[in-house]
Design a protein around this ligand. Structure first.
Ligand SMILES: [Zn+2]
Ligand SMILES: [Zn+2]
Length: 116
């Protein structure tokens, strides 16, 4: 599949995404800092943080919880949860768009429509 006509080149799209969604610039959390894909717990949202506790994994904003980090990383857990809580409503869509722009995913997954 080729890059669709009329869509800005990937580099420009990435620059535009970072301009419009400054939360993408975080160097620890968000779609730039995890493996592209769905939340390992629910499979219905993008991964946004990497955790390290006994039940650790790469989780999205509605699944990551404080005890997903080990005791030694309680500070990181607090920062990550603060980051997730501050995300705007469209963050999940933007995360998938980011991975499209980097070529890490080829298509947006079909999603059930959530009640408004
Ligand atoms: Zn989840
Ligand atoms: Zn840890």
């Amino acid at each position: 599949m080729s890059w669709p006509a009329g869509v800005p080149p990937k580099k420009e799209l990435q620059a535009a995404l970072r301009r419009e969604h400054p939360w993408l610039d975080d160097d620890r959390f968000g779609p730039r800092n995890v493996t592209a894909g769905d939340c390992e717990r629910c499979g219905a949202e993008p991964r946004l943080v990497q955790t390290c506790g006994p039940q650790g994994g790469e989780y999205g904003r509605s699944c990551a919880a404080e005890d997903d980090w080990c005791d030694g990383h309680a500070d990181e857990a607090a920062d990550a949860l603060r980051y997730l809580r501050a995300l705007p409503g469209d963050a999940d869509e933007v995360a998938y768009l980011w991975w499209l722009s980097t070529g890490e995913v080829r298509a947006l997954p079909p999603r059930p429509r959530l009640p408004e």
